[in-house]
Design a protein around this ligand. Structure first.
Ligand SMILES: Nc1ncnc2c1ncn2[C@@H]1O[C@H](COP(=O)(O)OP(=O)(O)OP(=O)(O)O)[C@@H](O)[C@H]1O
Length: 315
């Protein structure tokens, strides 16, 4: 039975808004929100699963040459914990299975650092991250084997610069994570790599080297590779920033399809306010903290031609 909470949640349907809102969401009117058995708001447009990413007071400081340290993440929480001072529930709740979350904010605010910590390619210096029930905290740096296994099995990464291996074909790039994991036969790996490349529309490019592919095609190979070991979470750091508008839209529409059809949870870092329509929730990061969040009632793909025309008109 769904409960009702008085937690203020900013709701918006970004599907009709063009231009999309940029910058932090304005504070919406606090209103009654139906919550699930965990106490999290029921998403208006989508059934979401269990919490899979829980952040508790996540902190990251870098030590600089000379001994000074710089605080980059200053206590980021996405959890169901209540405020110890007054017992109010956290406004920023965990990321749930199947949710598509955008991390937005200006340059240098800590988005990539947060993404890297969630993806276990960087370690936190305070607080904890719970990923599919596995706790990563400052001590987790000791268990490199556990982290490597987590990264290989559960997480698919897509970076701005594609990061394909230049000497390997598209097919070999996609097959590689499966070979490293070592659970499929050669025949199974071949079939899966071909299936994934067909899924991203590159069945006729499987023997091409990255240098023989366009930027959009390379990013689609990178997406196919990220799905090789059937991850439950995709982390996308400015994954479409280097693409032209049509390829941006094509890749975003592909990601949306993967999110909806395969229920892969997605966390994407972007500067681009026009991509907010793809997300279930947008978290605005400022100075190492979550400043605000916005819920998008309906994930909506852009139309490449219309979006290109809109951007051209906007100048
Ligand atoms: N290895 C490091 N050593 C020291 N400082 C770092 C390191 N990595 C990141 N920083 C600093 O942390 C801050 C946040 O960087 P981060 O890349 O997370 O920001 P961002 O919000 O992703 O920015 P952008 O949108 O420009 O990529 C920056 O001031 C950056 O200089």
């Amino acid at each position: 039975m769904a409960a009702v909470s008085a937690a203020p949640v900013i709701r918006a349907d970004l599907s009709e808004a063009h231009p999309r809102p940029s910058g932090a969401a304005t504070e919406g009117e606090a209103h009654e929100v139906e919550t699930d058995r965990h106490g999290m708001p029921i998403h208006p447009g989508k059934t979401l699963g269990e919490p899979v990413v829980v952040l508790k007071d996540v902190r990251k400081a870098y030590l600089l040459d000379g001994g000074a340290s710089v605080d980059v993440l200053k206590g980021i929480s996405l959890s169901l914990d209540t405020d110890p001072r007054d017992g109010t529930p956290s406004e920023f709740y965990p990321i749930r299975e199947g949710e598509f979350v955008l991390l937005r904010g200006a340059s240098g605010q800590g988005k990539t650092t947060l993404c890297n910590c969630i993806g276990a390619i960087d370690s936190v210096t305070g607080g904890s991250i719970e990923l599919f029930g596995e706790v990563l905290d400052a001590k987790a740096a000791d268990s490199e084997r556990t982290l490597a296994d987590l990264r290989l099995r559960k997480i698919g990464w897509v970076f701005q610069s594609f990061q394909l291996l230049g000497a390997l074909s598209a097919f070999e790039n996609v097959e590689l994570p499966m070979s490293v994991l070592g659970e499929l036969s050669k025949q199974e790996r071949t079939a899966r790599a071909k299936m994934l490349l067909a899924m991203v529309g590159l069945e006729d490019r499987i023997s091409h080297l990255p240098s023989e592919l366009s930027g959009g095609e390379q990013q689609r190979v990178a997406i196919a590779r990220s799905l090789a070991n059937a991850p439950r979470l995709m982390l996308l750091d400015e994954a479409v920033a280097d693409l032209d508008t049509r390829n941006q839209v094509a890749v975003m529409n592909l990601l949306l399809r993967i999110n909806l059809e395969r229920k892969v949870t997605m966390i994407m870092v972007t500067h681009d306010p026009h991509l907010e329509c793809y997300a279930d929730r947008i978290l605005y990061i400022r100075d190492g903290r979550i400043e605000a969040q916005q819920i998008n009632a309906k994930q909506t793909p852009l139309d490449a031609e219309a979006h290109a025309a809109f951007l051209a008109a906007e100048g």
